[in-house]
Design a binder for this molecule. Sequence first.
Ligand code: GLU
Length: 524
Amino acid sequence: MRKGLAPELIARVLGAAPKYTMDDLEEKFPPRNLPDGAFVTRFAPSPTGMMHLGGLYGALIDCKLATQSGGVFMLRIEDTDTKREVADAVQIINQSMEKFGLKYTNDPQYGPYEQSARKDIFHSVAADLLARGLAYPCFMTADDMEKIRESQRLAGYPTGIYGEFARDRDLSDDEIAAHLNAGDKPTIRLYSLGNPENKIYCKDVVRGSIAFPENNEDIVLIKSNDGLPTYHFAHLVDDHFMRTTHVVRGEEWLPSFPLHVALFRMMGWASPLYIHTSTIDKIDDETGKQRKLSKRKDPEANVQFFLIDGWPTDAVMEYLFNIAASGYEEAKSKGVVKSIWDYEMRAKKIPMSGALFDMKKLEWWAKEFIATLPVPELVARVTQWANEYGTDTEKMQVADRDYLTAVLGIERDNPRRIRKDFITWRQTLGTVAFFWDALYTPNTEFDFNRDALREFLATYDANDDKDTWWNKIVAVAEKLGIKNGDVAMNLRVALSGRAFTPDLYSMMTVMGDARVKQRIEHAL
Ligand code: GLU
């Protein structure tokens, strides 16, 4: 510890006297009144302009743990890195949360929820540390620091501002005043008391207790350019005063874990419990090896991809959830639960490594999910997607809701034999595109049996029931001495241009008299 600064000097260092005392803040943000065992969690993205699939994974875990325990799930915008800020970034986060069904509750009592609007709070805590000699103003310039780093590299020491290299750690009041008089702007640094020769034990809910060397770096708490906090300091202050009980964050934060635990101890605050989640990986197409999803190489790293491409968001969430709570798949297939919101996940069972996201597996979840949708719901979702993200063609397909309903309703009346060939909304419309005249391409390759088509057409009646219709096909086959299936195949290809289609009779019923006749005649 160093000598603490007097209130007047603190006010000069921070640019203003602190607005709150620690007692004020404790009173302003009281412990939450929640049932025992309730989780208070937060999704805390930096507004970078994209929402990463790994972020969605973490947010889902946050949201689930909070809601299933009767707790609170918050959204906090970590916008303290003004250099990285992007227009519309907050809107992109909100839109993604909504589309993927993550509801948060930002109780105004614990707000504001944008860190840039919490400067008063950060400065008040920084003032407390300055007064207690646990932080100090540092006037080193970028140049000064580069020189130190260079000399550390040459001497083979770890780089950073610590111990003897922390030049301003023990400046006297007069020296500080002289810097301020000269117009120098300080950063506020931690006066670290840690010694890397000692171990600090940090408890992760999943990984258990991890031993780290103590942190001895005088890390920056408040930056000099904009007076905003660094992540380390903002996390400490916000998760304490927002009364977060569980911090779910990516494993890339493990190296800073000992620092964070030390900061909480220094404040005399109980730290939240931590869950460091595995990164979301994929199997690299070229190397066959497991690697992190890459923002640059993998379109699916950005959750926007799933929205644009028309993946059912529920299926994406089910798949992500099953990575975090692997018992879900079985519980769902046995009918024990209907959705992820019915399944109780265990924080301790969240995997600490190897979370794999495989598009093929997602296809399976998507097919299963779409298969359970009642037709009107399927139609509504396809329509909503097409109107928002679809091409003009796709918009045209959803314009006549009755026709779309009839098309998508084929083979969906028997719950035990539901078609499982729909994967995404886009692919669904593509699969059934031939039902629309503008999208139907006649098959020019198929060697049609014209007699079969002609004979069938002569007796075709759109009002026939399925038996009568089939008997006509049988009659044509007998007359021409060919197989029933051959007649059906000729009709199928004439009507759809394809060899594989849904049930032929249903297809013809949906297409209707005029369209059927016209396409058969065209083939002839
Ligand atoms: N803003 C941090 C990030 O985007 C949040 C980490 C955390 O949840 O504490 O990684």
